[in-house]
Structures are given as structure tokens and as C-alpha cells.
Design a protein around this ligand. Structure first.
Ligand SMILES: NC(=O)c1ccc[n+]([C@@H]2O[C@H](COP(=O)([O-])OP(=O)(O)OC[C@H]3O[C@@H](n4cnc5c(N)ncnc54)[C@H](OP(=O)(O)O)[C@@H]3O)[C@@H](O)[C@H]2O)c1
Length: 228
């Protein structure tokens, strides 16, 4: 897989799966622009990623700012990872709306803006999550938003063709905030017996960006979670 002579905008690239994706794209010869809100974390991530990374402040919920990002930077590919995930079933309407603002409307704004600049062989990958198909009370907001993102993926794959739009859906990933106990419990619940590393999900994202024959699909990189 090579990303030589390409630029990828990674919204959410300052942390977790987005950061791992930016790292993998750079290792494969590409340039990245990482966009997120927190200045310190974003700048530190760009510094660590090195000269092939540029950083830009962005709140994905602000449609005009998302549009500006794509007038400022050329892009061959777009990756969107941000989420706002209140837990529990009895959450307020405001919390549920915020979850949709970030992950559904934010991804929609980003794809809409990217459409104006991506080449015909360009691609977009959204992060979803197995809560979309595996209902659990704690992950109600996450589940309904991820289901909306997966549906958005299919519609955009038709509407924005020949640009390809796909999603990657993890179960549990070893990102910030996981305790040893959480890791152990999550690993016990899936057939492969270990939770994903962000690099595993980044691999899946890069595959979906580059495979010329895939669009409108959700790649479930979930350790076999749906089998049990
Ligand atoms: N980690 C898991 O176990 C897991 C499992 C299933 C699905 N997923 C999905 O995978 C995606 C990535 O998860 P992750 O664990 O890598 O998350 P993460 O480490 O929390 O990273 C989220 C990134 O998005 C940025 N972000 C958040 N809100 C934003 C906003 N309004 N505008 C712009 N950027 C924003 C964050 O930076 P700032 O806060 O500075 O903006 C950060 O760079 C999420 O969509 C999540 O639902 C994760």
C-alpha cells in the first residue's frame, strides 16, 4: 500500500485511531493534515508525526469552518473519527443532539466539503462502531449515531460516486482511558481474546481508502464480536 504523492485530511487525527491512521499514511509515503479542537494536543501530535504532517484547528460541528478547511488544503482522501458519546439510555435530548452534531452532521459537513476537492479516485472513510448493530443500554447514543453514519456512508457512496465512501466499525480499541480491568473484560467477550490496537483499525481504514473496488461498505474490524 502506498500513499506517495497523496494528501489525507484526518479530522480527529490528534488522538487514538485518527492519530494511528495519520502515522500509517505517513509511513506509507503520504502527507496528512490533522484537524481537531485542542491546540496543545493537535500541535504535539503534528510535531511527533514529523514534517509530513500539518495541523489545523477545527470543530467539525461548524459547517463554515469545515468548508474553509477544504479550501485551504488539497486532499486526495478524508478520514473522520470525532465522536461525542454520552453513556446510558436515559440521556437528555441535548446530549443526544450533541452526539448527532459531532458524528452525524460533522461527518456530513466534512464529506460535503471534501466532494468539491477530492479527485475522482479519491475516497472517504468514516469511523463507526459495533454499537450500531449490537444494542447495549450504555451505548444507546453511540449506537444510533453510528447506525446513521453507516446509512450516510451508503447514500454518499451513490450520490458522490465515483468518489468512494466507506466506514470502519471497531468493537473495543485500546485507546486512552482503558484500564487493565476494562481491557481484560473486553478481551474475554470476543473470540480472538484480545482487544484491537489503534494500528489494527488504522490498517482497516487505509485498506478502505485505497481499495479501488470497495464503496458503500462497512468493514467490521471487531475481533469476531458479532459471532458470540
Ligand atoms: N476507541 C474505541 O474503543 C472505539 C470503539 C468503537 C468505535 N470507536 C469510534 O472510533 C472513533 C475514534 O475513536 P478514538 O478512540 O480514536 O477517539 P479519541 O482518541 O477520543 O479521538 C477523537 C479525536 O477527535 C477529535 N474531536 C473530538 N470532537 C471533535 C470536534 N467536535 N471537532 C473536531 N475534532 C474533534 C479529538 O480531538 P479534540 O478533542 O482536540 O477535538 C481527537 O483528535 C470514534 O468515532 C469512536 O466512536 C472507537
Amino acid at each position: 500500500m502506498t500513499f506517495t504523492d497523496t494528501q489525507t485530511i484526518v479530522i480527529g487525527g490528534s488522538s487514538g485511531i485518527g492519530y494511528a491512521t495519520a502515522e500509517q499514511i505517513i509511513d506509507s509515503g503520504g502527507d496528512v493534515v490533522i484537524a481537531a479542537r485542542d491546540d496543545d494536543r493537535r500541535q504535539e501530535a503534528a510535531n511527533t508525526l514529523g514534517p509530513n504532517a500539518t495541523e489545523h484547528p477545527l470543530d467539525i460541528t461548524v459547517r463554515a469552518d469545515v468548508k474553509s478547511l477544504f479550501t485551504e488544503f488539497d486532499a486526495d482522501y478524508l478520514v473522520c473519527t470525532p465522536a461525542h458519546i454520552p453513556t446510558g439510555f436515559d440521556i437528555s435530548e441535548a446530549q443526544l443532539r450533541k452526539a448527532f452534531d459531532v458524528k452525524f452532521f460533522g461527518y456530513y459537513y466534512a464529506a460535503e466539503a471534501a466532494r468539491d476537492v477530492l479527485p475522482e479516485d479519491g475516497a472517504i472513510v468514516f469511523l463507526s462502531g459495533e454499537s450500531s448493530v449490537d444494542p447495549q443500554p450504555d451505548y444507546f447514543a453511540s449506537g444510533v449515531v453510528n447506525a446513521a453514519v453507516e446509512c450516510l456512508t451508503r447514500y454518499l457512496a451513490v450520490e458522490y460516486a465515483p468518489v468512494r465512501i466507506s466506514a470502519v466499525s471497531p468493537k473495543i480499541v485500546d485507546t486512552v482511558g482503558m484500564t487493565a480491568e476494562m481491557r481484560e473484560q473486553a478481551a474475554e467477550d470476543i473470540p480472538i481474546g484480545q482487544i484491537a490496537d489503534p494500528a489494527d483499525i488504522a490498517d482497516a481504514v487505509c485498506f478502505m481508502l485505497q481499495n479501488p473496488n470497495v464503496t458503500g461498505e462497512v468493514l467490521r474490524s471487531n475481533g469476531g464480536a458479532r459471532l458470540v
